[in-house]
Design a binder for this molecule. Sequence first.
Ligand code: NI
Length: 375
Amino acid sequence: MDEKRLVETFQWLHRHPELAMEEYKTTDYLRKILQENRVRLLDTGIETGLIAVIGTGKAPVIALRADIDALPIAEQTALPYCSETPGVMHACGHDFHAACMLGAALLLKEREETLSGTVKVIFQPAEEVNLGADRMADTGLLDDVQMFLTGHTDPQYPAGVLGIRPGPVMAAADRFSVCIKGKGCHAAHPEAGVDPIPALGAIISAVQTIVSRQVSPLDSAVVSVTRVEAGNTWNVIPETAFLEGTVRVMTDAVRERIRKSLENQIAHTAKCFGCEAVFQYERGPSPVVNQAEVCKRAEISARELGLRVEVNPPSMIAEDFSRYLRIAPGALFRIGTGGGFDNHHPAFTADPAALLPAARFFAALAERELSQLKA
Ligand code: NI
């Protein structure tokens, strides 16, 4: 796999971003390149995304995972290969991920006879909406995988740097909502009704204390109220008020504690104001927890390839890669891609100079993991 071709692939993907579960052109494009290189593809039964297979077809089996979807963001970069689809952009570097894992797949294909097992390369749709990993995992085609590996672009490091951190690296992301039921009336006669708005205000204040008073200062957690809605005019006390928000944590124990605290505080606070609260809590992706042993081996592979290794800080953003870690252990590494703008920013860019080193790293680590599992 030569670098020029790899960069062209990345740039094509960047020019043709597609939203979650609509990655048709992306899938066709990747499929064509894989087929041209005689890489076997599995029938996933899913319209977008692919699973490629390289190696003996027998155990041990490890997986490399890329996500391929873009975001509903209007691109604001001056790149000569900027998005050709108005309002849609690869602002999270999933174009980079797809090109990188394609590169790794083709590098592994070149030395297929020497592999001591099987590598499944996952091109996963719909990461941004937390759907794709479930879809891919639910096919059952990954049940034999013993180690899952992935990477994510990271603007805090330049090309040539790899962030490796054992333990929790990405948070769980849950969603909660509350509908506060009172009794509507004329705004001039509050005594005739039950105003849900003071209850809403008190709940917003109360839940701010969960992280500071009920979670250990040594644990990471976020409770954010992100949307409130009540009433529609100035002279009517509304019947109901609504709020929703998100909880981010690194462990299931803290997650459960916060869920219970929210439920309690919301129910009791609403009651104080004579209201009733209907509380809903939806679990999103679980935390991504990197296996310590594979992180050590990754560091060796990275250094052998001349990459600089950093211990990256964990992030309170979620990643549906955690779904695969319910099948087998694994790790998510940070790929330095420079650029100066955060992921999901309209000016986000990923430095193509990071592509080939990252592809080589994943190919090398995949080989290392296969020999490790075989031994
Ligand atoms: Ni992303």
